[in-house]
Design a binder for this molecule. Sequence first.
Ligand code: CTP
Length: 404
Amino acid sequence: MGKPKVVLGVSGGIAAYKACELLRRLTESGHEVRVVPTAASLNFVGEATWAALSGNPASTEVWESVHEVPHVRIGQSADLVVVAPATADMLAKAAHGLADDLLTNTLLTARCPVVFAPAMHTEMWEHPATQENVATLRRRGAVVIEPAVGRLTGKDTGKGRLPDPGEIFEVCRSVLARGAAGPDLAGRHVVISAGGTREPLDPVRFLGNRSSGKQGYALARTAVARGARVTLVSANAALADPAGADLVRVGTALQLREAVLKAAADADAVVMAAAVADFRPAEYAGGKIKKKDGQEPAPVALVRNPDVLAEISADRAREGQIVVGFAAETDDVLANGRSKLLRKGCDLLVVNEVGETKTFGSEENEAVVLGSDGSELAVPYGPKEALAEVIWDRVALLMEARRA
Ligand code: CTP
């Protein structure tokens, strides 16, 4: 099999320079990339840069190399088209099927998955015209990644930033891996909790756990690539923001509960991948707890935290909402998993075996997905993204069954 063929469309925004990094990641990971810049984008990054980095000519107009019929051929032979950055103008043209240059022609002839990574000022992004164009593109099966929130051109900040190129690359990889399967979570809102909560004892100390957040972030990335609107409630994870997810940062179990309940109000699925502390110190010392000469330390009294998973399972914010829990077990993994599934009342429970060196912080995972219908699906040792895809497959099936 040859290298997967990717068309990188670049439209005229200042974030065009970030597409160089995306291109580098694509070529270095074995993709054959053809860059199709718009004429306006060449004001930001020149043709020579694209040609040198991709090893292919980078044409803008349909009138170059006409004998090769590029306006049809490039789109037809692509395995993926990604437009990054996609300006408001580009989204409008794509939504209306205009074809006045090579990139817009390519978008019309492409039969492969298409990803748009918009970047523009907040006002332009929020304008009803842009929002309707985005909705049209999504309805037709394109993956339109929500812009990131942060510094825009100049001094202003807001929603409209191009997400980190490395994260756009991850979305492209997931979309390519799914091939013709398409964005099956389009129109769905999913909420994912990730990381590990920290329960403060005093201003410098906390009770925490070793969860890295990688599995939850992998769930967020793959859900974006499958077209979902994603809210990621992240507890103390030191990881790059996944492209396209609305990120809510929390610290403690109580903060996590509040953020998850709020986001779950209109969610189609909630996946509790976070390691939530079962207990928190009964008292918080406003000042640092000091050791005292000749005295043993005072014992730390703990109180129970609410069980968020059990709570949202018992009291679903929406009819048919799917709730997924995780279980980290060290012994009797399956038996403990089964009884935990019953106790928590969720639809699916992803059980993994943990230990000092297993799972926590690693890139790989091995798990069994238990269903409240008695089903049991073993997922072999592999990347956390692969487990995430299996979980979304199961969630998508349940959503379909409940809609029927
Ligand atoms: N969880 C939660 N709220 C808590 C504790 C856990 O929502 N206060 C969720 C986790 O996000 C995870 C699932 O419950 O999805 C399983 O967590 P786990 O810690 O394994 O369960 P426990 O009830 O703590 O079981 P045990 O103490 O027996 O291990």
